[in-house]
Ligand binder design. Sequence first.
Ligand code: NI
Length: 254
Amino acid sequence: MIDTHSHINMIEEISLDEVITNATESDVEKIIVPSAYPKDIDEVMTLIDNYENVYGMLGVHPTEVKDWTDDLIDKIKEFSKHPKIVAIGEIGLDYYWDKSFNDLQKEVFIKQIKLANELNLPISIHDREAHKDTFDIIKKYNKGSKIVMHCFSGSVEFARECIKEGWYLALGGVVTFKNAIKMKEVAVDIPLDRLLLETDAPYLTPVPFRGKENQPAYTKFVAEEIAKLRGISVEEVDRITTQNANEVFYERKA
Ligand code: NI
């Protein structure tokens, strides 16, 4: 399995060595760590050098855009020469928290889409309560980067629109929540060849560990739930999502 979106630098309850050991013991072969805050960019670079199965994404999260400065573009360009930087992310729009930065969010989002295009890197998208604007901006500005809707939170209809565009949807712990009816529908409806697994650790911990911090080792609970919902084996979910993740994140630096 590949945990395609995991903030392991934010896990506090256990050490990084434990995080990595637990993941390996749970058949997670690769962990991809996004940056959210500008300071994460340096942390991601350290992590990918320290742990063999850890890869990175560089970018600034929509809720942190007030800390954006244009010199980050040069920094990301330089750092993305590292062979273990596999995407730009997480970037996007978040209208849930503070709406006073919506215009700045759009501006920084567009800049980072263009950067990903220039670097020929896929993009991990954060979209919270901003489905329409996120969709429209990607359609308008993205020229050729593969798109992953991280922690997909839309309806089946929105999922189908994204699939039609050739985008991938990453599902995490939310799909295991008893009341996440919409997400379970999405998990059954979308074509398997568009599906990715993630944890978004340390957040969104799946059942049966809800309430504790999330970690990459818990990717298997997401896989198990999707397998159960679709009536297929966990091995199949594992095999196909791993293949998808390899296609998205590891087949571009030729
Ligand atoms: Ni995230």
